[in-house]
Write a protein that binds this ligand. Sequence first.
Ligand SMILES: NC(=O)c1ccc[n+]([C@@H]2O[C@H](COP(=O)([O-])OP(=O)(O)OC[C@H]3O[C@@H](n4cnc5c(N)ncnc54)[C@H](OP(=O)(O)O)[C@@H]3O)[C@@H](O)[C@H]2O)c1
Length: 287
Amino acid sequence: MTTDKIATASGSCTIGGDLPVVRLGYGTMQLTGEGVWGPPRDHDEAVRVLRRAVELGITFFDTADSYGPVVAEELLKEALHPYADDVVIATKAGLTRQGPGIWTPLGNPAYLRQQCELSLRRLGVERIDLFQLHRIDPAVRLEDQVGELAKLRDEGKVRHLGLSEVCVQQLQDAQAVTPIATVQNLFNLANRDAEELLDHCEKNDIGFIPWFPLATGELSQEDGPLGVVAKQHGATPSQLALAWLLRRSPVMLPIPGTSSVDHLESNTAAAGIELTDAEFAALSDAV
Ligand SMILES: NC(=O)c1ccc[n+]([C@@H]2O[C@H](COP(=O)([O-])OP(=O)(O)OC[C@H]3O[C@@H](n4cnc5c(N)ncnc54)[C@H](OP(=O)(O)O)[C@@H]3O)[C@@H](O)[C@H]2O)c1
């Protein structure tokens, strides 16, 4: 069993100009029950996954008030508090839950403020490193939603702000209100719809956090689209999917999710895979 901080081979990226993170991170959504609702199937394994992630050198953890709800944030605190100095936790607010698999945006400023206060308490921190608006609520003016987050930052409750599932225009509209450090959109080898947004982020030094980096497991399958190429490389399909993301842009911060220590260890080894230009191009064409 390696004790090395193998994730650090993915390099680092600085969020908002002053918050360094190891680029290969970890997403906590898989640590909850079916439909991202309720506790995990195996609580002790969930705690082991989080602690092992730190041992492997992962410093960037993505979570949300709505994962469980509250389950993922509570697990982070249970497993990692008091946090190591280099651990960065990014949480989100703006999606409410009415049951397994059901997500409803709510961008009322008073609600966003309440959720920030509750996340501070649940995570056991005085300031949230990165607070992301989980979805823009179409029923509330964008200036009011982002404006409330900016107030929370000005009050010292939040360090940096991020958005999730936005287009370039929405990002620019939000930036007209306040600085935005990151965006988080669906992006992986099999779904590159957010390519224009990614290029915009790279040009403007905004962190890009691709969610579903493994296409929620589809790209991990031995008999999936990466299976044959992976065998030729002596790697796993998940490792290639993650190495491709890391190679795609220096502002890319993948947050693969898993509920198993074995998968975590295997996925984290992707940090050490350097794809040549030809390999990168071949993978881009393979899926
Ligand atoms: N902003 C948003 O709206 C949004 C939406 C969705 C997700 N997210 C964030 O993005 C993170 C990543 O998304 P995700 O976790 O849903 O999807 P993902 O990382 O694309 O894939 C996770 C799935 O792949 C499986 N998997 C992982 N490693 C594997 C391996 N080595 N071999 C075989 N299967 C493997 C996992 O199962 P096992 O548990 O069995 O390993 C799990 O089912 C989330 O945790 C969350 O933090 C954000």
